[in-house]
Design a protein around this ligand. Sequence first.
Ligand code: HEM
Length: 405
Amino acid sequence: MATPVTELDLPMMLLSDGTAAQRMNSSVDLPTDTWIIKNLFGYAVWHYDDVTGILRDKRWHSAAGKIAEIMGVTNEQFLERQTVNILTAEGDVHLRLRRLVAPAFSPRQADRLRPFMREVMNGLVDKVAATGKADFASDICEPYPIPIICELLGAPKSDWQLFSRWANDILEIFSLDMADKLDLIMRTQDELDAYTRELIEERRSKPADDLLTDLIAAEEAGDRLTTDELVMMVNAVIVGGTDTTRNQLGCAIGLFAEHPDQWALLAERPELAQRAVEETMRFFGAVRGTARFASTDIVYRDILFPAGTFMSVGLAEANRDPEIFDHATTFDITVQKSDQPQLTFGSGIHYCLGQALARAELQEALPLLAQRMPNLRMDGPTTWKPEGVGIFGPASMPITFDPGH
Ligand code: HEM
């Protein structure tokens, strides 16, 4: 007979406790005599095998749709909207969406944007190269993903500012006081929806070489995305694809500033870009964790988790699991430390849909920055964003480097 989890005497703690410096340099001290702890909402696991075991078990459903409720939001219309979403869909509904949209997010599609990514990053560095000083968070991270998402979707350059505002406002859903910002979030979502519907109409009559046209044309066995689903996908791309990428870039630079030898090496050997991205995401990922809830009674490791049990999964901690990664607590872009992937893009059916695009964005950005910002150092303390509900990175990061490159 499995023991109900409620009958176990488990320590109560938070996975992501500790300062930013602690997070960058080592994980929080977690108990060694148990593989599961209690937290404010339910339970938490952090070993690589438990994290992947739960994320790959389809009976554990995404808790993303429940975050608003947990944050105290009661607005029915808003809550309803959060449930019609690829990130929260499960079972056949999710499978159908993933099958339809996956080809439009392939590595080949992401690769088409690489020259544009370099152009955007060079443009941003041009503005600060002469002085050798920048706030890396606001000068580089903040503006980098928006033009790329616009180019991907097929939105014109004249709308970059608009998208930037929409992304910032909608991303308030990840803030701790999101319940107070509901009016703004909903108003912005309406504006974006109206804009997207217009763009869809335009592409239907005049197809172009972009994601929206690909999504409109996506078809499997006679099935197609509805207009509402297309609008939802555009929303998902903005929510999933802007703050994640910019924060991951900020985390990477924070890390490289502490490892100048690795920075110099990347400038010298840009072919290390791919490994550098995997190692920075393993060592200091911007998405620290995610959450699931039990859709039914689940027995795992001889313990019964009743339907509705909330489970946090520590991606950042799993990425430093010494059972999986050799020299898990050292940062080194020259060696592959495991056959297993780093987990900052998640695992299982909700594995990041935009991973090829995000990887391309970071693989293009990092070696270019290493070459154009030699001798990178911190020029004052970094202010880290509050941890919120999972995405983490610098709010401000003053840096200095050798000018004129
Ligand atoms: C470094 C950048 C990124 C990181 C660290 C990241 C991380 C993640 C993670 C951890 C998940 C799974 C969440 C869960 O299982 O609960 C996810 C899902 C997702 N991501 Fe990303 N992401 C990044 C960039 C992007 C980009 C650029 C896009 C879009 C162009 C994107 C779109 C999505 C979507 C749509 C999902 C939901 C997939 C599904 O539920 O089937 N992400 N991402």
